[in-house]
Ligand binder design. Structure first.
Ligand code: DQA
Length: 139
């Protein structure tokens, strides 16, 4: 099984960005542990701060992967384009968030991804990614 994790804007700064909200581990370190936890899964990760690049990656991933874990970060709450891309592709997309966006500012309650996602996992810290991968492997 091949799964791609896509991270949106500012998630390249995990580890140093608002550690009270997002923790102090870099995504690179976390990803290495994740690969060890799922030796049977071919995991890949991609990060971009640019909306159109995330859309292009979703399109390409449709042909290359069995499932996608998407943390579109701030674009979750603003991007009709990324929401449409999730709808346009045929492979399942699980939306994840590190923080519990429902417990934060109101503008974070809206997701343009969720209506087109297979499911949504939020609020478990970086473990949200692991739970999303499990949703594919244990399905
Ligand atoms: C986030 C939540 C978003 O509201 C925020 O803009 C992020 C990260 C999360 O993983 O908790 O950048 O997607």
């Amino acid at each position: 099984m091949k799964i791609l994790i896509i991270n949106g804007p500012n998630l390249n700064l995990l580890g140093s960005r608002e550690p009270g909200t997002y923790g102090s581990q870099t995504f690179e370190d976390y990803f290495q542990n994740l690969e060890k936890k799922f030796p049977q899964v071919e995991l890949a990760s991609y990060q971009s701060n640019i909306e159109g690049e995330i859309i292009d990656r979703l399109h390409a991933a449709d042909k290359e992967f069995d499932g996608i874990v998407l943390n579109a970060a701030a674009y979750t709450h603003t991007s009709v384009g990324i929401g449409d891309a999730v709808k346009a592709i045929s492979k399942p997309v699980v939306e994840v968030h590190i923080s519990n966006t429902s417990a934060r500012e109101e503008f974070r309650h809206r997701s343009f991804i969720a209506p087109n996602a297979k499911g949504v996992i939020l609020g478990f810290g970086l473990q949200s990614y692991e739970l999303a991968v499990l949703s594919f492997t244990e399905a």
